[in-house]
Design a protein around this ligand. Sequence first.
Ligand code: 5AD
Ligand code: SF4
Length: 451
Amino acid sequence: MAEARQQAGAGTPGPLRLHVKTYGCQMNVYDSERMEAALVERGYGLTDDPGEADLVLLNTCHIREKAAEKVYSEIGRLRALKAARPGMVIGVAGCVAQAEGAEMLARAPAIDLVVGPQAYHRLPAMLERVARGERPVETDFPAEDKFDHLAPDARPRRAPSAFLTVQEGCDKFCAFCVVPYTRGAEMSRPVARVVAEAEALVAKGVREITLLGQNVNAYHGADGSGETGLAGLVRRLATIEGLERIRYTTSHPNDMDDDLIAAHGEVEKLMPYLHLPVQAGSDRVLKAMNRKHTAEGYLRLIERIRAARPDIALSGDFIVGFPGETEADFAQTLALVEAVGYAQAYSFKYSPRPGTPAAGREQVPEPVKAERLARLQALLSAQQQAFQASMVGRTLPVLIEKRGREAGQVAGRSPYLQAVHLEGTEALIGRVVPVRIAASAPNSLAGVLAA
Ligand code: 5AD
Ligand code: SF4
């Protein structure tokens, strides 16, 4: 937010002030930026302090119960601020807004508007309704594309790395997941729009773009004469001069087609890092999860990807304690993790989500989930540390993104998405430079500028 405020020009705030708080995934980060841009266009200034805001937007996440609960505790805090600042408008956006809709207004009277992720372009009109004393709720999946109606981000930007949403929604219906309900059916933005947005970002100094989608490798965008998949989009983006790095997240194993695997071997700008969630290692559990692939199928896929790009670093998501998971099933998750060797991963206790198929099934007891999570995380963090340590002595190309925590330091990312700290001046920001790695920690590397 501090950065966003600078982008809007902290010296010239509009008469009204906006504070956006973002929860959850990168797509919410991207959506928040787009909402900020649209409202800055309409005269809002950005503030880091909700206490001085005229409009507070919470961009929420519904993926697990804990994430959804955070919203109500935040609204409790905001209610006190609102009491001291009459006229403050509180809006709830994102996936909790989509899932709970008008119920939120009943549960929390401090809320003035509720807007689902596909209706952000209606925010300005909703704010006018709030001014007239209404409490609007918009949770439709309108036929029009919100991105066509949201003002492009006209703010100057200097952060060298940016997110760009190219695909939204999910048709997979994993039995644990709310996304098909909160983000709707799969839809892809047309190639030309994505390319235009990428070019505009590069013109503003962006050097790395992460393509976002709930199922980004299912991307199928119209391309003048026909349609292209994610590999085609990546190849097209790779021709943009000045764009140095391309990433994408998050993917389903069944959508890793041959062309995309080949692109990992051929497109130099496509970074050797892939977030490819498998969730579990037991075929019985994978079937109960409706993942539509087996553990063996996943392992074979990883082999093919590694054949195309031997140094690729893998990341994943895991759920422990899914309904019906036995100790033997869980042991197969550990075995799969051993077989793959992850550079990094996220793991969660299964959290029953209202309206999803697995929510009503018999649950694994909480202490069992906690114990399995601890064992899985111990293994994953040992793998992560080993991966980090294997970088020491190597020289990696690092995209310098920002000033470091200490004076005279800068920080950036390796091709494998590792944070790298080094001595250097701000002049390096936005450049890819060789860095000799001298030390590793679980979540970062330290090095010196080489040559
Ligand atoms: N409980 C726990 N984890 C979940 N995820 C999605 N839904 C749930 C749930 N109900 C995890 C999956 C997914 C990641 C984004 O969040 O691992 O890949
Ligand atoms: Fe959360 Fe999923 Fe919605 Fe992202 S898409 S905000 S992770 S529920």
